[in-house]
Structure formats: C-alpha cells, structure tokens
Design a protein around this ligand. Structure first.
Ligand code: FES
Ligand SMILES: [Fe+2]
Length: 327
C-alpha cells in the first residue's frame, strides 16, 4: 500500500466547531484542532471566525486576551487588529506601516442547523463539497437537539468505520438480530449506508433501519427508525484535536409527531448515546490493522476505508519529492 492510499488522521473536510448559541457576539476563545492552535471569535455584527491563533507581530495567542472591536479582533499585547478574513487592518503605534503580508489564515466557516462548521485543508484549498441540508432542524414534528459529546483518544476513521461495522451492533450493543447491509454506496465525497435490524419492543419484534450518509470524514447524518413506532435523526460531528484525540459530538432529534410512540423516539435518543458509550472503550484501547482478518458476514469495512482515503491529499512538497524520486 502506498502512502497516497492511507487514511489521513488530519483529513481535509468540513468539521463541527461549536454550537452557534455557545458563541456570543464579542466572545473570543482558544480552539485546538489538527494539533494546531486557533482563535474562535464572533464579531459585534454576529459573524463567527476561526483563525490561526498566533499574532504575526510577536506571536501572542489571540485566544487568550484578544478583544473584539467592531468587526475586528485586537491583540492584547500591542494592539494590532485583524478582520474576520485574517487581514491585518491596524497597527496602532505605526499608522503608516504596510499591512499586507501581516495577516493570519482564516478558515472558511459557515453556520448551519444551529452549528458552526469550518473547512480544513492543510494547504488552504477551497471547500470542494457542500454541507448537507437538514430540513428536520426546527421542524415542529421534531424535538430540539439533545447534545452529547465524548472525548476519545483515537482517530476519526475508527469512529466512522463503526457505521459500516454491521456485526458489532449485535455482539457489542445487544441488538436483537444480526444486521443486514442493504446498501453501502460510494457517491464521491458521500458514503450512503443503509443497515436493517430487527428490534425487540413492547409491541414485539419490529423491523428497523439505520440509514447513514457520511458527508466527508467528519460529518454524518444518521436516521434510526423502528417500524412506525419511533425515529431519531442525528448529526455525528467529529472534531480532530490531535493525532490521536478527537471529540465526537451527537446532536440528536427525536421525532415527536407522525410516529406512533414519541416516548420511544426519546428512548432511542438515549439508546444511541448508550451504544456509543459502549464503543468508546473499544476505540480507546484497540489496535488498528491495515489488513484486518475479515470474515464472511463482516460489514463493508474495506469499502469504507477505500472511500476514506480520498480526503488525504498529499502536501505539494510531498508530490515534488515523489516526482524527483521517479526521475
Ligand atoms: S504580539 Fe500581537 S500586537 Fe504584538
Ligand atoms: Fe457502535
């Protein structure tokens, strides 16, 4: 296997930064992702920004003591100001100084479905796929988000691989029957997975499904339905903190109307949280084989892994090295 076919723990893609309502206008805070330091802030007009943390002047971390001034962020040390694009817009002690080339990188950032998402690419290439729509968000048939998060010493692809690992639902999570993978389609940056189960319920054994669409490495929409009894829909959002540390955040909505048992929808929310809490110790301690010893009946693990390699562009410097090697 060549390097280019490996999955990158710091893959490029849209990732969840924060809930919108947890970042107020004027707020500034440090933010760590991809083993780097950033500053997360919201200007007084209400726009949120995620920028490289260290001031271009003498390196102050803007997330510790930076102040919002209108649409700019001011460094606490000597007062340099940066706008939301990261451009240096003022050097107070030197009004005539050239400001160009003194700016910081600002990551593309959007607010969708009550969340902030930023785009990570190691060489700052523009986003090459869109975030998905979520019409159920704020639909009165559905609950508001139940929020639940875990901090796990692992890599993003261990967590997302769980989606296609159809046999573990029975053995680890105690789901009634072995799951059947109805669909696992590679649709470019989207992976579309449909897994069917049979569930024990007070109304007897009921067929159900978990339909997941992965949108890039760090974001999945998961729809979990039990017959016509209950349904939940959640965002599985991953934030990579370090080479072996991720935050996994679930934003779960229970279907409360158009379904027979809204109470069971609320129970499914807790069931999804319970299942991940069983996965966490596995992720925390497991090894990762590049060539696992798979058996008939396993889910489409290698299909997931092939799909996951596409988010790992080699840095340009690496391409150059490869070209030199091939001369
Ligand atoms: S270090 Fe930021 S203004 Fe001097
Ligand atoms: Fe699981």
């Amino acid at each position: 296997m060549t390097n280019s076919a490996r999955i990158n723990p710091f893959a490029c893609g849209w990732f969840q930064v924060e809930y919108s309502d947890r970042l107020k206008p004027g707020e500034v805070r440090p933010f760590r992702a991809f083993d780097r330091e950033f500053v997360l802030w919201r200007d007084e007009e209400g726009r949120a920004h995620l920028m490289d943390a260290y001031c271009r002047h003498l390196g102050t971390h803007l997330g510790h003591g930076g102040r919002v001034k209108g649409s700019a962020l001011q460094c606490p040390f000597h007062g340099w100001c940066f706008d939301g694009d990261g451009d240096c817009v003022e050097i107070p002690c030197s009004p005539d100084a050239r400001l160009s080339h003194r700016g910081l990188r600002s990551l593309p950032l959007v607010e969708r479905h009550g969340l902030l998402f930023a785009w990570w690419h190691p060489e700052n290439q523009a986003p090459d796929y869109q975030l998905p729509d979520l019409p159920e968000y704020r639909d009165p048939q559905w609950s508001r988000y139940h929020r639940h998060g875990w901090n796990v010493p692992t890599v993003w692809y261990e967590i997302q691989e769980n989606i296609v690992d159809s046999t573990h639902f029975h053995y680890l999570h105690g789901v009634n029957s072995l799951a059947e993978v109805k669909r696992c389609e590679n649709q470019g940056t989207v992976l579309d997975v449909d897994i069917h189960h049979r569930f024990n319920t007070p109304a007897g054994v009921v067929p159900g499904f978990i339909q997941t669409t992965l949108h890039g490495p760090y974001l999945a929409l998961v729809r979990f339905r039990v017959g016509d009894l209950a349904e939940i829909l959640f965002i599985d959002g991953i934030t990579v903190r370090g080479a072996r540390e991720v935050d996994l955040n679930f934003s779960l909505m229970a279907r409360l109307e158009g379904i027979r048992s809204p109470d069971m929808s609320l129970e499914l929310v807790q069931e999804a949280i319970r299942q991940v809490s069983e996965d966490v110790p596995i992720w925390r301690h497991k090894a990762r084989w590049e060539r696992p010893s798979l058996a008939a009946g396993d889910g489409p693990i290698m299909k997931f892994r092939r799909w996951a390699t596409q988010f790992s562009p080699l840095p340009a410097s690496h391409h150059e090295k490869l070209e030199l090697t091939h001369v």
